[in-house]
Each structure stands twice: as structure tokens, then as C-alpha cells.
Unconditional design. Structure first.
Length: 442
């Protein structure tokens, strides 16, 4: 009996200690150290070898008593991770914390900092993946582990999934997990990368947090021009390079969409005048970026030889609701040159319905942001890039994208650039927001 009373008192003391909340200075420093270790792993896609990153996250989860399973989805080390924290009501479908471990390649010669050094300078952590999206992955991981260690049982199961292949379309990552392990996930909600907080990204002089409820559609095209080869000293009208340049110019000379987009209209109503920057300009219209050019004969290409083949890739991003087949047909009609082939090199883009803002989780996200940022306006947005959340929205899952940091437009523009970085103080504040979301009722 005495032992029972002692054990009861001990449990009560532990509960009171847990209720006091995390030791935030310790938590923040550990999370920052972990993020540095994570960024230092060059999990570049291709080849999307994420064995080392997956083992790092698996080890961190194991130390907290959370079992994580690794799945090999392909050769070259393509590895996905899944872990689950049981919730109070296990009859409800879970919340999925979705993040990707792979990063885009780097041209190290163009970086002032070591792209995989994760150095902290001038208050920022520099490195590939720091913004897209290893920092958000560590926020999700830290929030999950804090729940476990503090004995806080979430409202429903939380499933943590890290994938290997988001940067090349997610075929061997999120899509592979959906195709092969859906029953281990089957979420009602998914939280992924997406919106941020900013005082100049959405509009000037006002703190706004965007929670993404949809992505633009991702459509990648290859243009292949065929001409007549010859000596560079003797120009000819069928130079494949000239044909390709004209085709690109015609492809990019397209009118703005004539159809008003509902989510863009709602954003405008929420903030009034949009800021003028790459992010907001892309949100309002269909876009085309030339991402690669390839031609020439020999390696390195001979300067005095006109090639017979020239190729370019176009990264096209379409607003929700746009018909991608009509878009491709219009490009072909504008080019109107039998010497140019237009080939779709990505799978058919996803165009799921917008996720509702009238859900308990959306409210919990907004409430947690306001606790840390009382002066913030919060609005639903569409993001100009694609995320794996769209694959879950296609299955009727409510998907929300939030990287809960205050970031200026210049910093946001470093995503995929040769100066990618995040402000350390905002990473730390994001840890608080993510934890508060996960401990809320939704």
C-alpha cells in the first residue's frame, strides 16, 4: 500500500512537471544542433540517397521511445521513414506530418558559404535544405518528440513521414508511400511545407501568415528543335539554336489567364494591395521558366560547329483549375513550327480541390500562430511551387502548408538558390508554434 501511494505521488509529480512545459532553451539548442547535422548530409536528388538522413531521424525518434520504420522504395538508397504516436481517439483518422529529406543539387562554386556546412553567420543558418525543407521537418519531429517525452497524448494519432523524392515529383517518395503503405497512413489531415509569415512577401508593412490550402500545378516540358548542322563560319536559316530560341520566345509570350482564381481573389480581399515580388507575381498567373538549355557538338561543344539538335526544358506552373492539356496545346499553337517537338516530361499535374479552412486543424494552426504573433493577420493561400500535400488532397485529405517562421521576401527567394538560409531566431520560434499546434485539439 505504501508503495502504491508513493508511486501515485510520483506519477502526480511527473504530471505536474510535464504540465510546466518544455525546457525551451534546451529544446531550441538541441533542435538547432540536429538541424545542422541534418543539413550537413548531402541528400541531393538525384540520386535521392536518403539512407543517412533517414537513420538520423530514426535514431532521434528511437531515443524518445518512438519506433520508426524505414522503407526502401528504389535503388541508390531511396529511403522513406514512417513513425506513429498514438492519440486519445484512435477511431479518428490521423494527422500526417509530411516532410521530405531530399534537396536539389548545388553549384558549390557559386556559394559564398559551404552549401552543406550548415554554418551560422549573421544570425542565419546557411545551407542547401535549410529552408526547403529540413527546418520544417525538424520542427515537426521536435513537436512529436516533446509530446512523447512530456506524456501529452494528442487528440488523435500523429503519423510522421519523411520521404526521399519530393524534388523530382515524389514518385519514389510520397506517391510510393501512398501506393504501397496507404493503410499505415490513411490521414484525415496532412501538414507539409508551404506558407510563411512575412511583413513584405504578401503585402507591404503588415505581418501576414499564409497557410497554403493548394499548390499550383507542376508541368515540365521539353522543347526539341531539329535543324541543319554546318560550319559556324557560314550561318544558315535552319540553325537548331535559332529555331529553339524563337520557340522559347513564342512559348513564353502567352496572355494572363482570363479566368479569375477564387483563392487569389480571397487573398486580395484579405490584404488589399499585393506586394510586387517573385512569389506574389507567380501566385497570380500561369508561369513558364526556362530551366535548362542543351546543344552543341562535342564535349566541350565546338565553337565552330552548328548543331542539328537543340533542347530546352520549361518549368510551367499553372493556377488551380487550369486545364494543363489546353495549356500545352496553346504552347504548341504559339510555337507553330514542325521543326520543334514539345514533350511533357513530368507526370500529369495534380489539380485537387482546395482544402477547407473550416476545420478544427486549420483553426488550431491559426490560433497557435496568433499566440506567438498576436499582431499577425492569417489567410489561406496558394503557393507557386508544388508540394507532396497535393497527392494527399487528391485522395480527399485536408492538406495545409505552413513553415511557421517570419521571413522576408529576399530570404524566401533563396529557396533553391546559391544562398539558401533561414533566420535562427525564427526557426526557434517555429518550434514553439509547431508544438502548440500538435498539443491542441483538432
Amino acid at each position: 500500500m505504501k508503495f502504491f501511494v508513493f508511486a501515485t505521488l510520483l506519477f502526480a509529480s511527473a504530471t505536474v512537471a510535464a504540465a510546466a512545459g518544455p525546457n525551451w532553451p534546451q529544446v531550441e539548442q538541441h533542435a538547432l544542433d540536429l538541424l545542422q547535422r541534418y543539413v550537413r548530409i548531402a541528400s541531393v536528388n538525384p540520386p535521392a540517397d536518403t539512407r543517412e538522413t533517414a537513420k538520423l531521424l530514426q535514431s532521434e525518434l528511437a531515443e524518445a521511445g518512438i519506433e520508426a520504420t524505414l522503407y526502401q522504395s528504389g535503388s541508390d538508397g531511396k529511403t522513406n521513414l514512417i513513425a506513429r504516436l498514438p492519440g486519445r481517439d484512435r477511431t479518428q483518422r490521423p494527422l500526417l506530418l509530411l516532410n521530405h529529406m531530399d534537396v536539389v543539387p548545388v553549384d558549390a562554386s557559386r556559394w559564398k558559404e559551404n552549401p552543406f556546412g550548415a554554418e551560422i553567420k549573421n544570425g542565419s543558418l546557411w545551407g542547401r535544405g535549410s529552408l526547403d525543407m529540413k527546418s520544417t521537418g525538424i520542427m515537426q519531429l521536435t513537436g512529436l518528440i516533446l509530446l512523447k517525452r512530456l506524456g501529452i497524448v494528442p487528440a488523435r494519432d500523429i503519423v510522421f513521414v519523411s520521404t526521399c523524392d519530393e524534388e523530382t515529383g515524389g514518385v519514389m517518395g510520397a506517391q510510393w508511400m501512398i501506393d504501397h503503405h496507404w493503410n499505415e497512413m490513411n490521414p484525415e489531415y496532412v501538414m507539409d511545407e508551404g506558407g510563411v509569415g512575412s511583413r513584405d512577401v504578401y503585402t507591404s508593412g503588415k505581418l501576414v501568415f499564409g497557410i497554403s490550402v493548394d499548390d499550383k500545378q507542376v508541368l515540365w516540358l521539353r522543347l526539341r528543335a531539329t535543324g541543319v548542322s554546318g560550319h559556324g563560319s557560314q550561318p544558315n536559316p535552319d540553325n537548331a539554336n535559332d529555331i529553339l530560341i524563337r520557340a522559347i520566345e513564342r512559348a513564353k509570350d502567352f496572355p494572363r489567364s482570363a479566368k479569375p482564381n477564387p483563392i487569389v481573389t480571397e487573398m486580395h480581399d484579405a490584404v488589399g494591395t499585393f506586394a510586387s515580388n517573385k512569389f506574389m507575381n507567380a501566385i497570380q498567373q500561369n508561369t513558364i521558366s526556362v530551366t535548362s538549355l542543351h546543344s552543341g557538338v562535342g564535349e566541350p561543344p565546338k565553337a565552330n560547329v552548328i548543331p542539328s539538335i537543340a533542347e530546352a526544358t520549361l518549368d510551367c506552373r499553372l493556377l488551380p483549375g487550369e486545364n494543363f492539356q489546353e495549356f500545352v496545346s496553346e504552347i504548341k499553337a504559339r510555337i507553330n513550327d514542325p521543326r520543334v517537338i514539345v514533350e511533357q516530361i513530368s507526370r500529369n499535374p495534380d489539380d485537387p480541390p482546395l482544402s477547407s479552412t473550416n476545420t478544427p486543424l486549420y483553426k488550431a494552426i491559426a490560433d497557435s500562430i496568433r499566440k506567438e504573433n498576436p499582431d499577425a493577420a492569417i489567410m489561406a493561400i496558394v503557393v507557386p511551387f508544388g508540394t507532396d500535400a497535393s497527392k494527399f488532397r487528391m485522395r480527399g485529405v485536408a492538406g495545409y502548408g505552413i513553415m511557421p517562421m517570419i521571413i522576408d521576401a529576399a530570404t524566401l527567394a533563396t529557396m533553391h538558390s546559391d544562398s539558401e538560409h533561414i533566420p535562427v531566431d525564427q526557426f526557434k520560434r517555429g518550434l514553439h508554434i509547431y508544438f502548440d499546434i500538435l498539443r491542441s485539439d483538432w
